[in-house]
Ligand binder design. Structure first.
Ligand SMILES: [Zn+2]
Ligand SMILES: [Zn+2]
Length: 368
């Protein structure tokens, strides 16, 4: 064990402060004593993390009751960068190395792991879903599940690797041909990064790529690589696209899930593919008969695999793509010194009721 920060040590042991959500809207500090670092593991200190919509569902108590009951208390935040501050035996990364944390630890053995890929693992641990996330001062994590941040990529951009990897995975799932017409519904960071992936990975030109949402300031961010459409203000234009899209991504979920899924079904041509990324609580009524009559393919896409992180880091080497990813970082960020700071950050980042409803970008939180 190698750490000499007196404020976080007690009798030679590391004391981690964990900011856990105990019930909706309420974080408390939990102290955890870290006695040693197991072989193959690192002691990490979070530096920066993004607040994801999936975590907002926990924060606001919009998950199923059973999930809240069985998973809380839990540390949120699963997209971010941490620094190596200690290491167990059989590890290579040096102290001071900054790493992107892959929030997924798959079992590697189940049918889904062997046949579909680690993102589909049915026994996985995933930060801020069924395992503690980055909202803590120190944590132990397997070295095999982190990737060093390349020197050319600033940490705030690297913090978006996880959502970008999710977008790249979904984009691959859709198997888009570059002459196809594609719509992305959802003007949040995932929708934006999906549009960016469709543009930069699938090479769909702006005239065939629609970025659909409800907030002009958010839509405008993609105006140089996609056609933007405000589905509240431009209902007629939206209707005129019905039946014309080859592929539609649904990246909204939450309270709007019924509306956005039915928009996606309406937009697709016969035989079109809908890739669903949005998540929400309970059952969603959808136009089933349209799916049948148009012979649509409706496919979920969740999380990403290690290969997608490497792909994202290669994409981020490109100046233009890096600049476009940087655009989706919120102007407002928060320094987290206590649970009140974290609560304030979550209230701000709420895209349904907080200030982030109209202000674009992933809200980043920094740990001192
Ligand atoms: Zn996320
Ligand atoms: Zn598995």
């Amino acid at each position: 064990m190698v750490m000499r920060n007196t404020t976080s040590m007690e009798n030679g042991r590391i004391i981690a402060q964990e900011y856990c959500l105990v019930k909706p809207f309420t974080f408390i500090v939990r102290k955890r004593v870290i006695e040693s670092i197991p072989d193959g593991n690192l002691l990490l200190k979070p530096i920066v993390a993004g607040i994801c919509g999936s975590e907002m569902l926990y924060f606001k108590g919009q998950k199923e009751r059973e999930k809240l009951d069985s998973r809380l208390p839990m540390c949120l935040l699963h997209e971010g960068v941490a620094e190596v501050v200690g290491s167990g035996k059989r590890t290579k990364l040096k102290k001071g190395t900054r790493v992107i944390v892959n929030p997924l630890i798959p079992c590697g053995k189940c049918w889904a792991c062997r046949n579909l890929g680690e993102n589909m693992c049915q026994n996985s641990r995933f930060m801020a879903a069924n395992a503690d996330g980055l909202a803590r001062t120190f944590f132990i994590y397997p070295e095999a599940r982190v990737i060093p941040v390349p020197p050319s990529i600033p940490i705030e951009v690297a913090a978006l690797s996880e959502p970008f990897s999710v977008a790249v995975n979904a984009c691959e799932t859709a198997e888009i041909q570059k002459y196809e017409k594609v719509a992305v519904i959802g003007d949040g960071p995932i929708g934006y990064l999906l549009a960016l992936a469709v543009s930069s990975v699938s090479n769909v030109p702006p005239e065939n790529l629609y970025f659909i949402g409800v907030i002009d300031e958010k839509l405008d961010l993609a105006s140089d690589f996609a056609l933007t459409l405000n589905s509240v203000k431009e209902k007629m234009r939206l209707n005129s696209l019905n039946g014309k899209m080859d592929v539609v991504f649904e990246a909204v979920g939450g309270m709007a899930h019924e509306i956005t899924l039915n928009q996606a079904i309406g937009l697709l041509r016969p035989g079109g593919r809908c890739i669903v990324l949005g998540i929400s609580k309970g059952k969603i009524p959808i136009m089933m008969t349209s799916i049948v009559n148009k012979g649509l393919i409706l496919k979920g896409s969740t999380r990403s695999r290690m290969e997608h992180y490497h792909k994202v880091l290669r994409l981020l080497e490109d100046n233009e793509i890096r600049g476009r990813v940087r655009r989706i970082i919120s102007d407002r960020s928060f320094m987290i010194k206590n649970v009140k700071d974290l609560e304030e950050a979550f209230r701000y980042a709420d895209t349904e009721e907080g200030e982030a409803k109209t202000k674009p970008g992933r809200v980043l939180v920094y740990f001192p």
